[in-house]
Design a protein around this ligand. Structure first.
Ligand code: SF4
Length: 316
């Protein structure tokens, strides 16, 4: 395997995909409250959204875009089960149907596609056939960005986690981790959206720096390259962090965590209205949209290991 350190950066449309948590089979729940890149991003963009997702654990609708992302990730993961010479575009496309057959068993997935009258197919991206075809196109685009016959991943869909000296548990899933014979690390993330505009690059790299920090703290090696592959545009964004930057990033995460702990202790999670609200399932409960959040679930928070100063229900 070769770790190439090319730099490809370009501007383009932002991927308008609702944030979604990974639903990897065999996922293990954290032993205690932890911080993942997506939940840290939630709190940064809207503390109330963080509360709804992480503390209240309110259900959310699945979107076709998010499910397509999960499907494409599954196909690219399985592609690397094949022997190197067999990792062709054709082979990858044949993986779409079985991956979909597995995915459609998950709650709320099959319901995304209204049944058509028997014998009728929809080539529209909104219909299942068109949607599956669009997933196949994203898979095909992947081959313009990398040659999978020349890559032997060290890890796929790999859980990485570390407890920092102050007790903060960081956890996340890396799409792919490559290790060169020299020991150089490359962290690869597949995005089914387009390349972000410049202003959003920092946001895209937040997740990658998170992984780089965890890997640095667990392996003592700063990743040589963080690589985001944007399958909609067929483009890539690469970045090479350094130690000083990861140290600063660690302090940023600690500050976010301290703010989350304060919010949980008091139950005070503010709504922060932004363009992300368009994808939020909780507008009906959000004060920014005239709603009222349910009472803060202090008992559930305490049971999950959070420290809270709020009164708890006394039982027994
Ligand atoms: S609607 Fe907007 S402000 Fe309200 S919880 Fe959702 S993201 Fe936050």
């Amino acid at each position: 395997m070769t770790v190439t350190l090319e730099t490809q950066q370009s501007a383009g449309p932002v991927a308008e995909v609702a944030p979604a948590e990974r639903t990897t089979a065999g996922d293990t729940a954290p032993r205690r409250p932890s911080l993942s890149p997506s939940r840290a991003a939630d709190f940064k963009s809207c503390p109330l959204l963080y509360r709804f997702r992480t503390i209240d654990r309110l259900p959310e609708r699945k979107s076709k875009a998010a499910v397509r992302g999960t499907l494409v990730h599954a196909v690219l993961e399985k592609l690397y089960d094949l022997p190197p010479a067999g990792r062709t575009v054709e082979a990858a496309r044949t993986l779409v149907e079985p991956a979909w057959a597995e995915l459609r068993e998950e709650p709320g997935v099959a319901e995304l596609f209204a049944a058509l009258p028997e014998g009728e197919v929809s080539a529209d991206e909104d219909g299942l056939d068109g949607w599956l075809a669009s997933a196949g196109e994203l898979v095909e685009t992947y081959f313009r960005l990398e040659d999978p016959t020349r890559i032997q991943p060290h890890g796929r869909e790999e859980l990485v986690e570390v407890t920092l000296p102050d007790g903060l548990l960081l956890r996340g899933y890396v799409d792919r981790l490559d290790v060169a014979p020299t020991g150089a690390l490359r962290v690869v993330d597949y995005k089914t959206g387009g390349v972000p505009r410049e202003a959003f690059e920092a946001k895209a790299l937040f997740q990658m720096k998170f992984y780089a920090l965890v890997l640095w703290r667990t392996r003592g090696v700063v990743a040589a390259q963080l690589k985001l592959l944007y399958l909609k545009d067929g483009d890539a964004l690469t970045y090479s962090p350094d130690e000083a930057e990861l140290l600063r990033f660690e302090r940023t995460l600690q500050a976010i965590w301290a703010a989350i702990e304060r919010a949980v202790a008091t139950g005070d999670f503010r709504a922060n209205k932004s363009r992300l609200c368009s994808w939020c399932d909780h507008q009906a409960l959000c004060p920014a949209f005239g709603g009222t959040p349910p009472p803060f679930p202090a008992d559930a928070a305490a049971a999950a290991g959070w420290r809270t100063t709020l009164p708890l229900t006394v039982t027994g």
